[in-house]
Design a binder for this molecule. Structure first.
Ligand code: RAM
Length: 340
């Protein structure tokens, strides 16, 4: 029996060697030239993601450039996409400002052999190979609804402060949040959705506008790293402190003050640096190992992936996607343990 097991093990080894041997040697791998195109260059969240992009690039000996648009629009991203193709980039890592408007430019890029991986905010399937989603979109929507219900004490008016009206990710999350409210929290009333364009000044003005127009609003839900801190800062410095509460998605360093002071803000987020790392590693697996991106396929996500070392493709709200991992909820007790 022992001999038989040993023989099977040896046979398995031989087979593995043969399979591995058929893969192109490392030296034949395409050298990656990666353009990282965020929604807007100045957003701290994307700059944090770029640290992970750079970490993966170093590991892969790839060339990487942060091509942050100066406007948070689809048109500004189309310019960056076309310029990247013209300059010979062979991979685009993109957080999209619009689900459909970027697709023609991305299709043209893919035709020229560019591998496109979206992360954070998706485009329609035809524009990319796969989407790296930060966490389950439904899970994010449910968590936002639960937090709003908690802060509202189970009933009353709530409002949303979003980014741009066309942002794929925020729109998917808000839809799931509405579904959850209808199903579980019938005493919450969503009175308005405002758009602060992921800019501090606009987000502050929109927060002020919401509170003025809806004097009974109890909670502002901001699923945006820029909006949430603008809203929390505004509330904390106004007479609404302790009456209006802010929740949503935000960087722990930005939100610390407002989680700990009497504002009682709530916030959660995922590991943004690892997010950028995984996006690049998945792009490398697609380009150099011809990894399948079909639902059910497993993709290597790099030895420095702080989560899993390989990721499974699943079916998402827009198309095939890979989920980074659950978000961390920051509390008074844990927020000081994070530094990003
Ligand atoms: C902003 C962006 C981004 C979103 C985070 C939470 O930085 O809108 O797309 O994922 O917030």
């Amino acid at each position: 029996m022992k001999k038989l097991l040993a023989a099977i093990a040896t046979a398995a080894l031989v087979t593995t060697t043969l399979v591995t041997g058929t893969v192109a040697p490392a030296s034949a791998a395409t050298k990656l030239k990666i353009a990282h195109i965020p929604k807007l260059g100045t957003i701290g969240y994307f700059q944090a993601a770029d640290k992970g992009v750079q970490r993966a690039c170093k590991e892969l000996k790839a060339t990487c450039a942060y091509k942050g648009p100066t406007e948070i629009t689809a048109a500004a991203q189309v310019k960056e996409i076309n310029a990247a193709v013209q300059s010979g980039y062979n991979v685009i890592i993109l957080a999209a400002n619009d689900k459909d408007a970027l697709v023609p430019a991305l299709k043209a890029a893919q035709k020229k052999g560019v591998t496109v991986v979206t992360y954070d905010s998706d485009v329609a399937q035809a524009g990319r190979s796969v989407f790296i989603n930060q966490a389950s979109s439904k899970g994010i929507g449910q968590a936002l609804a639960a937090s709003a219900n908690d802060l509202a004490g189970g009933s009353g008016e709530i409002a949303v402060l979003s980014t741009t009206p066309d942002a794929t990710n925020q729109n998917v999350w808000i839809d799931f949040m509405k579904e959850e409210i209808a199903a579980k929290y019938p005493n919450l009333k969503l009175v308005a959705t405002a758009y602060g364009l992921d800019k501090p000044e606009e987000s502050t003005t929109e927060t002020q506008g919401l509170i003025q127009k809806y004097p009974n609003v109890k909670v502002i839900v901001a699923p945006t790293s820029v909006g949430i801190v603008a809203a929390a800062k505004y509330v904390s410095g106004s007479s609404s402190k302790g009456k209006v509460f802010v929740t949503g998605l935000g960087l722990p360093n930005d939100m610390k003050t407002y989680i700990k002071d009497g504002s009682n803000a709530q916030a959660s987020l995922w590991d943004v640096e690892n997010f950028g790392y995984v996006a690049v590693q998945v792009a490398n697996s697609i380009k150099n190992a011809k990894a399948s991106v079909k639902v059910g396929a497993k993709i290597a996500s790099g030895k420095g992936d702080k989560g899993l070392k390989s990721r499974t493709v699943t079916k998402g709200a827009v198309g095939n996607e890979i989920i980074l991992g659950p978000a961390t909820v920051f509390t008074k007790a844990n927020v000081d343990q994070f530094n990003f």
